[in-house]
Design a protein around this ligand. Structure first.
Ligand SMILES: NC(=O)c1ccc[n+]([C@@H]2O[C@H](COP(=O)([O-])OP(=O)(O)OC[C@H]3O[C@@H](n4cnc5c(N)ncnc54)[C@H](O)[C@@H]3O)[C@@H](O)[C@H]2O)c1
Length: 336
């Protein structure tokens, strides 16, 4: 067990960097943020001010060279991740990196080599594993409460598409959005897929098609145990963020429903209705972001492996690339 707080440097003060900064500052004991940096200095200054972070660094390099910092959180855009991981590792920093690690396996392998050579810890930001609903589904499968799983269905739909500029640099729906679901399937079944088949379409915004992407996709995965998983994605569900899982086993099934801001049901002579689900990931997965960061900090303090490894991060990208290939070539793709 390590004594004292884990001292953290944050790279990227955008949407997700701010979430982690607030959680560490206000909700997670055992860690303190020593510095934050962002290409947009004003963004870093705003988060530093709201979270009482003592220093705004001029660059990621300044954070790496700060010997008082134990670990870094990489919360900048995906294309910056592999180089930042490698640099952080070379400076002996433990690393939490947002998903995905990178968009190509070559870049991921170089980054993971650097992590291995330095002997530092790496956790990848698959926060949904830490959501209480999905954790309970995993517990049911691991504890044989539903028997051998045969069918797994993930519904994962966003309330609205991201800006087209984001779509262009995101790597496409499979690497940007389905990536969470690929990790969820592996997490729930604790098995590696052997074959993937993906179909997709542009049903929401033609601009997404012009950017070379799809906004609607279904991915089918086959597993050595015989289990089949289906992932259903859409960039737009008019009723809000739709995040559900159902697993059928030979002894029963387990399913999770959406989360709502309240439990009120209004009934009258016309209908029975309720308010819409929590609208997007910031609201829906609030607690999972706290739990994943607490787990990262606990792993560093207790000097044990992080719960979501570089291999986990790599496998999700392997699956995403296979799904993209399957969609483009209109055929099932096997996973080696
Ligand atoms: N786990 C999740 O649910 C989740 C949710 C959102 C985003 N993400 C991931 O987090 C990453 C960031 O996404 P976001 O939505 O916060 O993006 P964002 O655009 O809101 O924020 C990124 C920030 O990084 C800054 N930046 C860019 N290059 C930088 C560099 N070299 N050094 C320092 N700062 C730099 C930008 O100025 C910006 O403020 C992406 O990889 C994304 O896939 C994960």
């Amino acid at each position: 067990m390590r004594n004292g707080s884990i001292r953290i440097g944050i790279i990227g003060a955008g949407r997700i960097g701010k979430v982690h900064a607030q959680n560490i500052t206000f909700r997670i004991p055992g860690a303190e943020i020593a510095a934050i940096t962002d290409m947009d200095r004003a963004a870093a200054e705003a988060v530093a001010h709201s979270c009482s972070i003592p220093a705004v660094a001029g660059s990621a390099a300044e954070i790496f060279e700060n010997s008082a910092i134990d670990a870094v959180l990489i919360c900048s855009p995906t294309n910056t991740h592999p180089e930042l991981i490698a640099e952080a590792a070379r400076h002996g920093k433990h690393i939490f990196c947002e998903k995905p690690i990178a968009l190509t396996l070559e870049e991921i392998d170089r980054a993971l080599e650097a992590v291995k050579a330095a002997g530092v810890q790496l956790q990848v930001g698959f926060n949904r594993r830490f959501d209480a609903n999905f954790a309970r589904v995993r517990q049911a499968i691991a504890g044989a409460e539903i028997g051998q799983p045969s069918l797994l269905h993930i519904i994962s739909r966003d309330p609205a598409p991201p800006p087209i500029s984001y779509v262009r640099s995101s790597g496409g729906i499979f690497l940007d959005m389905t990536i969470h679901d690929f990790d969820m399937v592996r997490f729930l079944l604790a098995e590696e897929p052997q074959e993937i088949y993906a179909a997709g379409a542009v049903m929401i915004d033609p601009q997404i098609g012009s950017a070379g992407d799809v906004d609607t996709a279904v991915t089918l995965l086959r597993f050595p145990s015989g289990a089949t998983a289906v992932i259903d994605n859409s960039r737009k569900a008019t009723y809000g963020y739709d995040q559900r899982v159902e697993v059928l086993g030979h002894l029963g099934k387990i399913e999770t429903m959406n989360c709502f801001p309240n439990q009120a049901i209004l009934s009258d002579d016309q209908s029975v209705r309720r308010d819409l689900p929590l609208n997007f990931f910031m609201d829906r997965y609030t607690e999972s972001f706290v739990a994943e960061m607490s787990a990262f900090i606990a792993a560093l303090r207790e000097e044990r492996p992080t719960p979501v490894s570089g291999h986990d991060g790599r496998m999700a990208v392997v699956m995403a690339l296979a799904a993209r290939q399957s969609y483009l070539e209109r055929r099932p793709v096997s996973i080696q």
